[in-house]
Design a protein around this ligand. Structure first.
Ligand SMILES: [Zn+2]
Length: 459
């Protein structure tokens, strides 16, 4: 099955149609041959791996996202009893759609020249904090993550410095973009592109830019672009209560972040982008990208924040020290990941609506299958305004307050300015809706206690 799947993927991406059909016809023969080979040689793939284990691309069962998108062309009937067993492969669904002749919207990469020109124009201002990623995504026909990250690699001189093959780089980025679920209202490739753009803004900050090495920049951009890779659109508690394979695999700890990291490692290896580097460097890269991605686990925020605070109190951060630089990059990625409330109201509001839509979607599924509705996910009792005010008060303000202590620049002041204005706007909305205006979502008030790891991810 796995061989068939991989062959289909390979065929889909690499060969012309004729070769495809010839190969499909000979698949049963191949299948038998490979089965025999596997019997004699064992699983070469597993044995040949050194260092970090990767989750093979698309090789693990996943919650079938068809249940989250009941309006799709595929009608699925599931009962409350068997929802726990509804596992599928994200990529399998996509390739099987292809073989059934169903085209996925936005699959065309052909751009109108005019739009292409406007997108290029926007990239000249990629370092501006008010960069409109939604507009950029439209202008690039849904390819914002590929276009933006490729541009940033070029801008930072990474292609030249690391002697990167531009075809491999583009292919890697296309695979990354494809492995985000475009059906997720929030955790999709546009969010990844937005985080990558924010990360670029932070890398340009004087304190960082003068001490970062090309290696640091390379890892930061890859980690930002892949930090939510293959996100299923539900949070960790959901995966735990549905006995999901990944929750077991990662022992209920940073389940999603571990999965994003291992998926990124899988794509890095598959693309061969760094095949020309030494094994030691590749392993170091994989491990450091992991440290960056794992830092985005919002349930660990207090630990990172108190470490950051202690360093700032003692004034002992020394950016010539590689470990300190790495820690600052972790903090920068955390900021980039939850910077939505620090954008202009027009951008910030759209993100707020999208993340709430994703939460409520999960809540609807939980209700439908009697799984118990997670905090912040009940559309009957929650409002966008309440969720946002709690999010800003308990997570965003403390983090960006410390960041501004570390890097007290115009950008930091701009971000804090937007944060204040946006919070005031949501409070206005809250007052209109409830008549009071001082409600902070109780789910966030509990975050100071041990309940935090059980809260939904907000980023
Ligand atoms: Zn994220």
């Amino acid at each position: 099955e796995s061989f068939l799947y991989y062959t289909k993927c390979y065929l889909r991406e690499s060969l012309p149609l004729q070769a495809m059909f010839i190969c499909i016809l000979s698949l049963p023969l191949f299948h038998t041959f490979i089965s025999l080979l596997t019997l004699f040689l064992g699983d070469v793939r597993v044995r040949s791996r050194a260092g970090f284990e990767t989750e093979r691309r698309g090789s693990h069962p996943y919650i079938d996202f068809r249940i989250f998108h009941s309006n799709s062309e595929i009608e699925v009937s599931v009962s409350a009893r068997n929802v726990r067993r509804l596992l599928s492969f994200q990529r399998y669904l996509r390739s099987s759609r292809f073989f059934r002749g169903i085209t996925v919207p936005n699959s065309s990469n052909i751009l109108d020249d005019d739009y292409n020109g406007q997108a290029k124009c926007m990239l000249e201002k990629v370092g501006n904090w008010n960069f409109d990623i939604f507009l950029f995504d439209r202008l690039t026909n849904g390819n914002s993550l590929v276009s933006l990250t490729f541009h940033l690699f070029n801008l930072h001189g990474l292609i030249e410095h690391f002697q990167l093959d531009t075809m491999k780089l583009r292919r890697f980025l296309v695979m990354v973009q494809e492995d985000y679920h475009s059906q997720n209202p929030y955790h999709n490739a546009v969010h990844a592109a937005d985080v990558t753009q924010a990360m670029h803004c932070y890398l340009k900050e004087p304190k960082l830019s003068k001490s970062l090495t090309p290696w640091d920049v390379l890892l930061s951009l890859i980690a930002a672009a892949t930090h939510d890779l293959d996100h299923p659109g539900v949070n960790q508690p959901f995966l735990i209560k549905t006995n999901h394979y990944l929750a077991t695999l990662y022992k209920n700890t940073s389940v999603l972040e571990n999965h994003h990291w291992r998926s990124a490692v899988g794509l890095l290896r598959e693309s061969g982008l760094f095949a020309h580097m030494s094994l030691e460097n590749r392993q170091l890269m994989e491990s450091q990208i992991g440290d960056l991605i794992l830092a985005t686990d919002i349930s660990q925020q207090n630990e990172y924040l108190s470490m950051f605070r202690s360093h700032l109190d003692r004034g002992d951060l020394c950016l010539e020290n590689a470990n300190h630089r790495h820690f600052i990059l972790q903090m920068a990625l955390k900021c980039a990941d939850i910077c939505n409330p620090c954008r202009t109201w027009e951008l910030s509001k759209q993100w707020s609506e999208k993340v709430t839509e994703e939460f409520f979607h999960q809540g609807d599924i939980e209700k439908k299958y009697h799984l118990g509705v997670s905090p912040l996910c009940d559309r009957q009792t929650e409002t966008i305004a309440n969720i946002q005010i709690g999010f800003m008060t308990y997570l965003v303000e403390p983090l960006f307050g410390e960041w501004a202590r570390f890097s007290n620049t115009r950008l930091s002041q701009t971000m804090l300015g937007h944060l204040g204005l946006n919070k005031a706007s949501w409070k206005g909305v809250q007052r209109e809706q409830s008549g009071s205006g001082d409600d902070v979502d109780p789910a966030f008030e509990e975050m100071d206690s041990d309940i935090l790891p059980q809260e939904p991810r907000l980023s």
